[in-house]
Design a protein around this ligand. Structure first.
Ligand SMILES: [Zn+2]
Length: 411
């Protein structure tokens, strides 16, 4: 049904364009080079015959596939991001295509002895016999999320070539800067004009997600008092000791390395300290809104207790909410998840519905008025040299998009 070689070529033409985003930049897109792919996508959408193709001043690309049925069908959308993470280089990607994968070690780079092994990455085993695209071991691949973009483009191309498949109006949207948490920031939900949408930004085949963390960042600042150590008795206040007390007062097992599924955590990801001043940087994550609020309150209360103990305002906590669990926005329109699940089942794909231990553009979009569950794009081991994507999973994702369009028009 979907032409495999066309899909592979399209994917490779996208991943070989460097689109790394930059959290230290204030512009949108955060890097000039993201325009390269944004403009290419706009051109391709036009050539394909999509309508209302636009690219705005922040590089957001949107397009329409018009309805081909006379009756009213809700407008739906599909969204992906074209930037890649700044965690690992995305420059000079040299994809390798492994056909008819034999289930053994894949040598990514013989010179540097970099091996993608099913012994370590067990998910690989399920793709024996399939075509796998990997890196050359020196860059990331960028399947996150150029796999998603490829799938949406291929699905639109397919629907245009097969007018016998009935569908309503479909909107597609490609965004910059998702990897630095800003993919949805300048997304014009009103202009997009869909009743709901799906991000094609999940990992392995079958993934379907509509729950994510509630997220906040906290900065704990601790003031000390520096005095000559020889004459410090009763005078010196060593902020690092207070910081240690603070750290140890938070539940030690509620950290990323001790939690899974729906368990939340406090994550201390940076510590900068001297006698005079210590700064602790945390992220707080929890699927449950009540627990999330309790975690934030606990961090403030701990500071209060230490301040009481020292009878001084030594510890201050600054907490900023980052994003919220989209579940509360999706549950009232649960049929949008049901449609995706139904599409997978009709295609013989086992849906893997689980809470995301992170956030997505979809969570922000859901709170901006566009309910937006997340669907698999097929890749594995995102954000590093071991990233890979089975082509067959990408082909299935294309079919899921087509099927969702079909089912939506059926209702
Ligand atoms: Zn992504």
């Amino acid at each position: 049904m979907i032409d495999k070689e066309t899909l592979i070529n399209r994917f490779i033409s996208y991943v070989t364009i460097d689109t790394e985003s930059d959290p230290n930049s204030d512009t949108t897109p955060s890097t000039e080079k993201q325009w390269d792919l944004a403009r290419k996508l706009k051109n391709e959408l036009e050539l394909m015959g999509m309508t209302e193709v636009t690219i705005d001043e922040n590089a957001y690309v949107m397009a329409t596939l018009p309805s081909n049925v006379p009756h009213e069908v809700p407008v739906i959308g599909f969204i992906s991001h074209f930037d890649t993470t700044p965690d690992f280089t995305g420059a000079n990607v040299q994809p390798q295509i492994i056909r008819d994968y034999d289930g053994q070690d894949i040598v990514l780079n013989a010179d540097k002895n970099i091996i993608l092994s099913p012994e370590y990455f067990e998910d690989l085993k399920q793709y024996k016999g399939q075509t796998i695209i990997t890196t050359d071991g020196t860059t990331l691949l960028g399947a996150d999320d150029k796999a998603g973009i490829t799938e949406i483009m291929e699905a639109m191309q397919y629907l245009i070539a097969h007018p016998e498949i009935k569908h309503g109006k479909i909107r597609v949207g490609f965004t910059p800067d998702e990897e630095i948490g800003r993919g949805a920031h300048k997304f014009d939900v009103e202009k997009f004009g869909a009743q709901w949408a799906y991000t094609m930004d999940g990992s392995q085949i079958g993934e379907l997600e509509y729950e994510n963390f509630n997220a906040a960042g906290a900065i704990v600042s601790i003031e000390g008092k520096i005095v000559h150590p020889g004459y410090a008795k009763g005078k010196m206040v060593n902020s690092m000791y207070i910081a240690t007390d603070y750290i140890n007062s938070l539940p030690r097992l509620e950290t990323p390395e001790h939690t899974s599924d729906r368990e939340g955590f406090f994550h201390l990801y940076r510590l900068d300290g001297g006698v005079d001043n210590t700064k602790l940087e945390y992220i707080i994550r929890d699927h449950d809104k009540g627990h999330f609020e309790a975690r934030k309150a606990m961090m403030v209360q701990l500071a209060d207790e230490l301040n009481e103990q020292f009878e001084k305002e030594l510890v201050t906590v600054e907490i900023k909410d980052q994003y919220f669990n989209m579940r509360e926005k999706v549950e009232p329109v649960m049929h949008i998840v049901d449609i995706a699940e139904e599409a997978m089942k009709e295609l013989g794909i086992t849906p893997l519905i689980k809470p995301i231990r992170g956030g997505t553009d979809g969570s922000q979009l859901s709170f901006m008025g566009l309910p937006c569950p997340n669907i698999f794009a097929g890749g594995h081991n995102f954000h590093g040299r071991y990233e890979y994507v089975p082509v067959e999973s990408m082909m299935k994702a294309v079919e899921v998009i087509v099927k969702i369009a079909e089912i939506t028009a059926r209702q």
